[in-house]
Design a protein around this ligand. Structure first.
Ligand code: NDP
Ligand code: 8X3
Length: 252
């Protein structure tokens, strides 16, 4: 049994990872996010459908002290973490740089970059104790290209791309695998969060095409985790068939 810690498990890709890995039958799930009710609901749903050990806790990855305390005070039986999925993240706004909202910028940088760093630093001592440790970082096509008005979100995902490479170098002596999963358009709550709750605008992002689902990404992550111990997949770019790159999309 491997213990997987998923950040941002209350929705989208994180919740899908929990569901797919629970079905695999060889993972215990440690799940966090800010929304406690969503985590409780997910735990109940998982345990109704399959036999799986689940532990949830509320965590805002932006809060450095909270991150280190939460990991430090985990119940002893949940400290044997083998896999960290750095998934918590968000985009806020889609404006040219000159019109950007500095609060949006802070939220993206604090969550996508600093939060990912805090969690990684807090969990690494536990991963070092595992004989089969793996960190999966959720990057994006936005970490490989910059698209109009994507400025700060793209910068945070370029930072994740750099950190993914840096982690792979620094953690090599400990045998910790590091993988970046870089999706294109995935229909989750992502666009609703980006557009500050504007559901109609969020829906229109996926008009005329079949986007990826959280499950598509989760199944890929399950495959990456299932490789033999001597094999690591460094970096994957996963797009809907209808999306060629960060800007070119074929809508019907
Ligand atoms: P969702 O909005 O559906 O899920 C985001 C998750 O992150 C939620 O569970 C949310 O939980 C959590 N989260 C956000 N802020 C914090 C925080 N401060 N502390 C803890 N948890 C937090 O979006 P996705 O599932 O699509 O996004 C998951 C990851 O995938 C993100 O890193 C995103 O950038 C990346 N990604 C998404 C793509 C897409 O098109 N959807 C494409 C490429 C990458 P809560 O609000 O309860 O805290
Ligand atoms: C999310 C996908 O295309 O909005 O990272 O950047 S995109």
């Amino acid at each position: 049994m491997r213990t997987v810690f998923i950040t941002g498990a209350s929705s989208g890709i994180g919740a899908a990872c929990a569901k797919v890995l629970a079905k695999e039958g060889n993972y215990r799930l440690l799940l966090c996010a800010r929304r406690e009710d969503r985590l409780a609901q997910l735990k109940e749903e998982l345990q109704q459908s399959v036999e799986v050990e689940v532990h949830t806790f509320v965590l805002d990855v932006r809060n450095k002290e909270e991150v280190f305390t939460a990991i430090d005070t985990l119940p002893q039986e949940w400290k044997n973490i083998d896999v960290l999925i750095n998934n918590a993240g968000l985009s806020q706004g889609l404006d040219p740089i000159q019109d950007g909202d500095t609060d949006d910028w802070d939220r993206m940088i604090d969550t996508n970059v600093k939060g990912l760093l805090y969690v990684t630093k807090a969990v690494t001592p536990l991963l070092k104790q595992s004989s089969n440790a793996h960190i999966i970082n959720l990057g994006s096509i936005a970490g490989k290209e910059v698209y109009p008005n994507g400025n700060v979100y793209c910068a945070t995902k370029h930072a994740v791309d750099a950190l993914n490479k840096g982690m792979r170098i620094d953690l090599l002596p400990f045998g910790i695998k590091v993988t970046a999963i870089n999706p294109g358009m995935v229909e989750t709550e992502f666009s609703e969060v980006r557009f500050h709750g504007d559901k109609e605008r969020a829906k229109s992002v996926y008009n005329g095409l079949i986007p990826l689902s959280g499950e598509d990404i989760a199944e890929t992550i399950a495959f990456v985790l299932s490789r033999p111990e001597h094999v690591n997949i460094n970096d994957l770019l996963i797009m809907p068939t209808a999306q060629a790159n960060g800007t070119i999309v074929n809508r019907k």
